[in-house]
Design a protein around this ligand. Structure first.
Ligand code: ZN
Length: 374
Protein backbone atom coordinates (compact mmCIF):
# COMPACT_ATOMS: atom_id res chain seq x y z
CA UNK A 1 0.00 0.00 0.00
CA UNK A 2 2.94 2.32 0.71
CA UNK A 3 3.74 4.60 -2.21
CA UNK A 4 0.43 4.33 -4.08
CA UNK A 5 -0.93 7.22 -2.03
CA UNK A 6 1.57 9.69 -0.70
CA UNK A 7 1.31 13.16 0.80
CA UNK A 8 4.18 15.61 0.31
CA UNK A 9 4.17 18.53 2.72
CA UNK A 10 5.94 21.20 0.67
CA UNK A 11 5.75 24.29 2.85
CA UNK A 12 4.12 25.85 5.90
CA UNK A 13 3.21 29.45 6.65
CA UNK A 14 1.42 30.81 9.76
CA UNK A 15 -0.06 27.36 10.52
CA UNK A 16 -1.21 26.78 6.92
CA UNK A 17 0.15 23.85 4.91
CA UNK A 18 0.99 23.62 1.19
CA UNK A 19 1.10 20.02 -0.01
CA UNK A 20 0.46 17.53 -2.79
CA UNK A 21 -1.57 14.35 -2.33
CA UNK A 22 -0.44 11.82 -4.93
CA UNK A 23 -3.12 9.35 -6.07
CA UNK A 24 -3.17 6.80 -8.91
CA UNK A 25 -5.62 9.08 -10.79
CA UNK A 26 -3.50 12.20 -10.42
CA UNK A 27 -2.06 14.69 -7.95
CA UNK A 28 -4.19 16.93 -5.75
CA UNK A 29 -2.63 20.27 -4.81
CA UNK A 30 -3.55 21.26 -1.26
CA UNK A 31 -5.22 23.16 0.31
CA UNK A 32 -8.04 21.99 -1.97
CA UNK A 33 -11.80 22.27 -2.21
CA UNK A 34 -13.78 19.24 -3.48
CA UNK A 35 -17.06 19.98 -5.32
CA UNK A 36 -19.86 17.69 -4.10
CA UNK A 37 -21.36 15.30 -6.65
CA UNK A 38 -23.91 13.72 -4.33
CA UNK A 39 -25.54 11.25 -6.71
CA UNK A 40 -22.82 11.15 -9.37
CA UNK A 41 -23.34 14.69 -10.65
CA UNK A 42 -22.24 18.10 -9.40
CA UNK A 43 -25.71 19.61 -9.61
CA UNK A 44 -26.38 21.64 -12.74
CA UNK A 45 -22.94 21.35 -14.32
CA UNK A 46 -21.40 19.10 -16.95
CA UNK A 47 -18.25 17.34 -15.86
CA UNK A 48 -16.21 19.54 -18.24
CA UNK A 49 -17.63 22.65 -16.58
CA UNK A 50 -16.63 21.24 -13.19
CA UNK A 51 -13.09 20.57 -14.46
CA UNK A 52 -12.90 24.09 -15.92
CA UNK A 53 -13.29 25.56 -12.42
CA UNK A 54 -9.90 24.07 -11.56
CA UNK A 55 -11.27 21.29 -9.32
CA UNK A 56 -8.88 18.33 -9.08
CA UNK A 57 -10.99 15.97 -6.97
CA UNK A 58 -14.74 15.58 -6.48
CA UNK A 59 -16.94 13.88 -3.92
CA UNK A 60 -19.64 11.23 -4.19
CA UNK A 61 -22.12 10.16 -1.51
CA UNK A 62 -22.23 6.50 -0.54
CA UNK A 63 -25.65 6.74 1.10
CA UNK A 64 -27.34 8.33 -1.91
CA UNK A 65 -25.66 6.08 -4.49
CA UNK A 66 -26.42 2.97 -2.41
CA UNK A 67 -30.13 3.86 -2.56
CA UNK A 68 -30.18 5.10 -6.15
CA UNK A 69 -29.14 3.76 -8.62
CA UNK A 70 -27.57 1.19 -6.25
CA UNK A 71 -23.84 0.45 -5.94
CA UNK A 72 -24.17 -2.72 -8.03
CA UNK A 73 -25.72 -0.71 -10.87
CA UNK A 74 -22.91 1.87 -10.62
CA UNK A 75 -20.39 -1.00 -10.86
CA UNK A 76 -22.19 -2.36 -13.95
CA UNK A 77 -22.01 1.11 -15.50
CA UNK A 78 -18.23 0.91 -15.14
CA UNK A 79 -17.88 2.48 -11.68
CA UNK A 80 -18.40 6.05 -10.57
CA UNK A 81 -15.61 7.53 -12.73
CA UNK A 82 -16.85 6.00 -15.98
CA UNK A 83 -20.48 6.65 -15.10
CA UNK A 84 -20.05 10.40 -14.56
CA UNK A 85 -17.06 10.93 -16.87
CA UNK A 86 -14.63 12.27 -14.24
CA UNK A 87 -11.09 10.98 -14.74
CA UNK A 88 -9.48 12.54 -11.65
CA UNK A 89 -9.66 11.28 -8.08
CA UNK A 90 -13.03 10.84 -6.35
CA UNK A 91 -13.61 10.69 -2.60
CA UNK A 92 -16.69 8.90 -1.28
CA UNK A 93 -18.03 9.47 2.19
CA UNK A 94 -19.09 6.43 4.20
CA UNK A 95 -22.78 7.18 4.57
CA UNK A 96 -22.45 7.86 8.29
CA UNK A 97 -23.43 11.51 8.15
CA UNK A 98 -26.42 10.95 5.83
CA UNK A 99 -27.73 8.03 7.89
CA UNK A 100 -28.01 10.33 10.87
CA UNK A 101 -29.18 13.45 9.05
CA UNK A 102 -31.59 11.91 6.50
CA UNK A 103 -32.30 8.33 7.51
CA UNK A 104 -35.60 8.13 9.31
CA UNK A 105 -35.89 5.74 12.27
CA UNK A 106 -32.20 5.09 12.44
CA UNK A 107 -30.95 2.76 15.14
CA UNK A 108 -27.32 2.17 16.04
CA UNK A 109 -26.01 -1.02 17.59
CA UNK A 110 -22.43 -2.19 17.95
CA UNK A 111 -22.87 -4.20 14.76
CA UNK A 112 -24.47 -1.65 12.44
CA UNK A 113 -26.53 1.43 11.75
CA UNK A 114 -30.01 0.37 10.66
CA UNK A 115 -32.19 2.90 8.91
CA UNK A 116 -35.03 3.34 6.46
CA UNK A 117 -34.44 4.77 3.00
CA UNK A 118 -35.76 8.33 2.63
CA UNK A 119 -36.89 7.30 -0.87
CA UNK A 120 -39.04 4.21 -0.34
CA UNK A 121 -38.80 3.28 3.34
CA UNK A 122 -36.77 0.11 2.64
CA UNK A 123 -34.79 -1.13 5.64
CA UNK A 124 -31.01 -0.94 5.19
CA UNK A 125 -28.37 -2.33 7.52
CA UNK A 126 -25.12 -0.42 7.16
CA UNK A 127 -22.20 -2.17 8.83
CA UNK A 128 -18.65 -0.80 8.57
CA UNK A 129 -17.88 -3.72 6.25
CA UNK A 130 -20.88 -2.98 4.01
CA UNK A 131 -19.88 0.68 3.77
CA UNK A 132 -16.45 -0.40 2.48
CA UNK A 133 -18.07 -2.92 0.10
CA UNK A 134 -20.25 -0.15 -1.38
CA UNK A 135 -17.31 2.24 -1.73
CA UNK A 136 -15.29 -0.51 -3.45
CA UNK A 137 -18.15 -1.13 -5.89
CA UNK A 138 -18.33 2.60 -6.61
CA UNK A 139 -14.57 2.50 -7.25
CA UNK A 140 -13.66 5.73 -5.48
CA UNK A 141 -10.00 6.61 -4.93
CA UNK A 142 -10.49 7.68 -1.32
CA UNK A 143 -12.96 5.87 0.93
CA UNK A 144 -14.05 7.07 4.36
CA UNK A 145 -14.57 4.92 7.44
CA UNK A 146 -18.13 4.56 8.75
CA UNK A 147 -18.49 6.69 11.86
CA UNK A 148 -21.21 7.19 14.43
CA UNK A 149 -22.37 10.78 13.98
CA UNK A 150 -24.53 12.41 16.65
CA UNK A 151 -26.24 15.79 16.81
CA UNK A 152 -24.77 18.55 18.98
CA UNK A 153 -25.31 19.53 21.72
CA UNK A 154 -25.16 16.05 23.25
CA UNK A 155 -24.36 14.77 26.75
CA UNK A 156 -20.76 13.84 27.55
CA UNK A 157 -21.82 10.19 27.85
CA UNK A 158 -23.40 10.22 24.37
CA UNK A 159 -20.34 11.87 22.83
CA UNK A 160 -17.98 9.37 24.48
CA UNK A 161 -20.10 6.40 23.47
CA UNK A 162 -20.25 7.53 19.81
CA UNK A 163 -16.51 8.25 19.82
CA UNK A 164 -15.56 4.82 21.18
CA UNK A 165 -17.84 3.13 18.64
CA UNK A 166 -16.39 5.25 15.81
CA UNK A 167 -12.89 4.05 16.73
CA UNK A 168 -14.00 0.38 16.80
CA UNK A 169 -15.79 0.86 13.46
CA UNK A 170 -12.67 2.52 11.99
CA UNK A 171 -10.69 -0.64 12.88
CA UNK A 172 -13.32 -2.83 11.22
CA UNK A 173 -13.24 -0.64 8.09
CA UNK A 174 -9.42 -0.82 7.99
CA UNK A 175 -9.59 -4.61 8.14
CA UNK A 176 -12.25 -4.78 5.41
CA UNK A 177 -10.55 -2.29 3.07
CA UNK A 178 -8.07 -4.43 1.18
CA UNK A 179 -7.64 -2.63 -2.15
CA UNK A 180 -4.26 -0.91 -2.64
CA UNK A 181 -5.73 1.43 -5.26
CA UNK A 182 -8.24 2.84 -2.74
CA UNK A 183 -7.04 4.98 0.18
CA UNK A 184 -8.92 4.93 3.48
CA UNK A 185 -9.31 8.00 5.67
CA UNK A 186 -10.24 7.78 9.36
CA UNK A 187 -12.63 10.31 10.95
CA UNK A 188 -11.89 12.03 14.26
CA UNK A 189 -15.00 12.58 16.42
CA UNK A 190 -15.35 13.95 19.95
CA UNK A 191 -17.83 16.81 19.75
CA UNK A 192 -16.46 20.12 21.02
CA UNK A 193 -14.48 18.51 23.86
CA UNK A 194 -10.73 19.10 23.34
CA UNK A 195 -9.77 16.13 25.54
CA UNK A 196 -11.98 13.72 23.59
CA UNK A 197 -10.75 15.15 20.27
CA UNK A 198 -7.15 14.62 21.36
CA UNK A 199 -7.91 11.10 22.57
CA UNK A 200 -9.67 10.14 19.31
CA UNK A 201 -7.02 11.74 17.07
CA UNK A 202 -4.17 10.07 18.96
CA UNK A 203 -5.83 6.66 18.85
CA UNK A 204 -6.66 6.84 15.12
CA UNK A 205 -3.19 8.26 14.32
CA UNK A 206 -1.68 5.06 15.75
CA UNK A 207 -3.54 3.05 13.08
CA UNK A 208 -2.49 2.88 9.39
CA UNK A 209 -4.71 5.28 7.45
CA UNK A 210 -3.72 7.28 4.35
CA UNK A 211 -5.40 10.42 5.70
CA UNK A 212 -7.45 11.80 8.58
CA UNK A 213 -10.72 13.69 8.60
CA UNK A 214 -12.18 15.98 11.23
CA UNK A 215 -15.83 14.94 11.46
CA UNK A 216 -18.82 15.96 13.52
CA UNK A 217 -18.50 19.68 12.79
CA UNK A 218 -20.73 22.09 10.88
CA UNK A 219 -23.67 20.59 12.81
CA UNK A 220 -24.89 23.69 14.63
CA UNK A 221 -21.84 24.91 16.59
CA UNK A 222 -20.58 28.51 16.28
CA UNK A 223 -17.77 29.29 13.80
CA UNK A 224 -15.42 30.02 16.73
CA UNK A 225 -16.19 26.60 18.28
CA UNK A 226 -15.58 24.92 14.92
CA UNK A 227 -12.22 26.65 14.43
CA UNK A 228 -11.06 25.86 17.97
CA UNK A 229 -12.03 22.19 17.59
CA UNK A 230 -10.31 21.85 14.20
CA UNK A 231 -7.21 23.48 15.69
CA UNK A 232 -7.09 21.12 18.68
CA UNK A 233 -7.62 18.09 16.44
CA UNK A 234 -4.94 18.85 13.83
CA UNK A 235 -2.33 19.30 16.59
CA UNK A 236 -2.65 15.57 17.34
CA UNK A 237 -2.65 14.29 13.75
CA UNK A 238 0.48 13.14 11.90
CA UNK A 239 2.05 15.96 9.85
CA UNK A 240 2.82 13.63 6.93
CA UNK A 241 -0.83 12.74 6.21
CA UNK A 242 -3.56 14.92 4.64
CA UNK A 243 -6.29 16.37 6.90
CA UNK A 244 -9.83 16.77 5.64
CA UNK A 245 -12.52 18.89 7.33
CA UNK A 246 -15.83 17.32 6.32
CA UNK A 247 -18.80 19.36 5.12
CA UNK A 248 -17.18 22.80 5.57
CA UNK A 249 -17.97 25.52 4.65
CA UNK A 250 -18.14 29.26 3.91
CA UNK A 251 -15.12 31.03 2.33
CA UNK A 252 -14.39 32.36 5.84
CA UNK A 253 -14.48 28.80 7.27
CA UNK A 254 -12.02 27.60 4.62
CA UNK A 255 -9.49 30.35 5.33
CA UNK A 256 -9.76 30.07 9.13
CA UNK A 257 -9.35 26.29 9.01
CA UNK A 258 -6.44 26.37 6.55
CA UNK A 259 -4.75 28.54 9.20
CA UNK A 260 -5.31 25.61 11.61
CA UNK A 261 -3.63 23.04 9.37
CA UNK A 262 -6.55 21.66 7.31
CA UNK A 263 -5.73 20.53 3.73
CA UNK A 264 -9.05 19.40 2.20
CA UNK A 265 -12.66 20.62 2.26
CA UNK A 266 -16.01 19.75 0.71
CA UNK A 267 -19.35 21.51 0.91
CA UNK A 268 -22.60 21.90 -1.04
CA UNK A 269 -22.55 25.63 -0.30
CA UNK A 270 -21.18 26.90 -3.66
CA UNK A 271 -23.69 24.95 -5.74
CA UNK A 272 -26.66 25.18 -3.35
CA UNK A 273 -26.21 28.95 -2.99
CA UNK A 274 -25.64 29.25 -6.74
CA UNK A 275 -29.03 27.65 -7.36
CA UNK A 276 -30.53 30.24 -5.02
CA UNK A 277 -29.09 33.29 -6.84
CA UNK A 278 -26.31 33.97 -4.32
CA UNK A 279 -22.83 34.63 -5.72
CA UNK A 280 -19.63 34.67 -3.63
CA UNK A 281 -17.25 37.62 -4.13
CA UNK A 282 -14.28 39.17 -2.34
CA UNK A 283 -16.68 41.77 -0.91
CA UNK A 284 -19.07 39.14 0.47
CA UNK A 285 -22.09 37.40 -1.09
CA UNK A 286 -24.14 39.11 -3.78
CA UNK A 287 -27.92 38.41 -3.95
CA UNK A 288 -28.68 38.52 -7.64
CA UNK A 289 -32.47 38.58 -7.30
CA UNK A 290 -32.25 42.05 -5.73
CA UNK A 291 -33.70 44.94 -7.75
CA UNK A 292 -30.45 46.89 -7.38
CA UNK A 293 -28.94 44.67 -10.12
CA UNK A 294 -31.74 45.29 -12.67
CA UNK A 295 -29.73 47.49 -15.04
CA UNK A 296 -26.23 46.72 -13.78
CA UNK A 297 -23.86 46.10 -16.69
CA UNK A 298 -20.98 44.87 -14.51
CA UNK A 299 -20.14 41.17 -14.19
CA UNK A 300 -20.25 39.58 -10.70
CA UNK A 301 -16.46 39.95 -10.56
CA UNK A 302 -14.21 41.76 -13.05
CA UNK A 303 -11.36 39.25 -13.12
CA UNK A 304 -13.34 35.98 -12.88
CA UNK A 305 -12.95 33.59 -15.86
CA UNK A 306 -16.20 31.68 -15.16
CA UNK A 307 -19.17 31.31 -17.51
CA UNK A 308 -21.37 33.69 -15.47
CA UNK A 309 -18.91 36.57 -15.48
CA UNK A 310 -19.16 36.85 -19.28
CA UNK A 311 -22.60 38.34 -18.59
CA UNK A 312 -23.94 41.38 -16.76
CA UNK A 313 -25.48 41.23 -13.29
CA UNK A 314 -28.64 42.60 -14.93
CA UNK A 315 -28.87 39.59 -17.26
CA UNK A 316 -28.19 37.11 -14.43
CA UNK A 317 -30.94 38.74 -12.34
CA UNK A 318 -33.31 38.47 -15.29
CA UNK A 319 -32.56 34.74 -15.68
CA UNK A 320 -33.48 34.08 -12.04
CA UNK A 321 -36.58 36.28 -12.20
CA UNK A 322 -37.73 34.43 -15.33
CA UNK A 323 -37.07 31.05 -13.70
CA UNK A 324 -34.63 30.06 -16.43
CA UNK A 325 -32.40 27.05 -15.69
CA UNK A 326 -29.35 28.89 -17.04
CA UNK A 327 -29.29 31.14 -13.95
CA UNK A 328 -28.54 28.32 -11.46
CA UNK A 329 -26.05 26.77 -13.91
CA UNK A 330 -24.08 29.99 -14.35
CA UNK A 331 -24.02 30.85 -10.64
CA UNK A 332 -23.00 27.31 -9.65
CA UNK A 333 -20.09 27.67 -12.07
CA UNK A 334 -19.13 31.06 -10.67
CA UNK A 335 -19.23 29.87 -7.05
CA UNK A 336 -17.16 26.73 -7.71
CA UNK A 337 -14.69 28.88 -9.64
CA UNK A 338 -14.59 31.30 -6.69
CA UNK A 339 -13.82 28.50 -4.21
CA UNK A 340 -11.22 26.96 -6.51
CA UNK A 341 -9.47 30.29 -7.07
CA UNK A 342 -9.57 31.00 -3.33
CA UNK A 343 -7.66 27.74 -2.79
CA UNK A 344 -5.18 28.65 -5.57
CA UNK A 345 -4.58 32.03 -3.94
CA UNK A 346 -4.16 30.39 -0.52
CA UNK A 347 -1.58 27.96 -1.97
CA UNK A 348 0.35 30.85 -3.56
CA UNK A 349 0.29 32.81 -0.28
CA UNK A 350 1.69 29.81 1.64
CA UNK A 351 4.42 29.38 -0.99
CA UNK A 352 5.34 33.04 -0.50
CA UNK A 353 5.14 32.61 3.30
CA UNK A 354 2.55 35.36 3.73
CA UNK A 355 -0.54 33.33 4.59
CA UNK A 356 -1.62 35.42 7.62
CA UNK A 357 -1.46 38.63 5.59
CA UNK A 358 -3.45 37.00 2.77
CA UNK A 359 -6.03 35.52 5.19
CA UNK A 360 -6.54 38.83 7.03
CA UNK A 361 -7.07 40.70 3.78
CA UNK A 362 -9.67 38.16 2.55
CA UNK A 363 -11.47 38.01 5.90
CA UNK A 364 -11.69 41.80 6.17
CA UNK A 365 -12.99 41.98 2.60
CA UNK A 366 -15.86 39.70 3.67
CA UNK A 367 -16.44 41.81 6.80
CA UNK A 368 -14.80 39.57 9.44
CA UNK A 369 -11.99 40.04 11.88
CA UNK A 370 -9.56 37.08 11.96
CA UNK A 371 -10.17 34.69 14.89
CA UNK A 372 -6.89 34.21 16.81
CA UNK A 373 -5.61 30.60 16.74
CA UNK A 374 -5.68 29.13 20.27
ZN1 ZN B 1 -17.46 34.40 -12.13
Amino acid sequence: MIGVFHFDLLQQSDGARRGVFHTPRGDVQTPTFMPVGTVGTVKGLTIDQVAATGAEIILGNTYHLRLRPGHETVAKLGGLHAMCGWEGPILTDSGGFQVFSLGALNKVTEQAATFRSHLDGAKIVLTPEHSIEIQQALGSDIAMVLDHVIALPASAAEVEDALARSIRWAKRCREAADRPEQALFAIVQGGLDPVLRQQCATELASMPFEGYAVGGLSVGETPEEMYATAGVTTRHLPAEKPRYLMGVGTPRDLIENIARGIDMFDCVMPTRNGRNALAFTDEGPLKLRNAVHREDLRPIMDDCPCLACRHSRGYLRHLFNAGEMLGPILLSHHNLMYYSRLMQQARAAIEQDRFAEFANSKLRGWGYEPVPCG
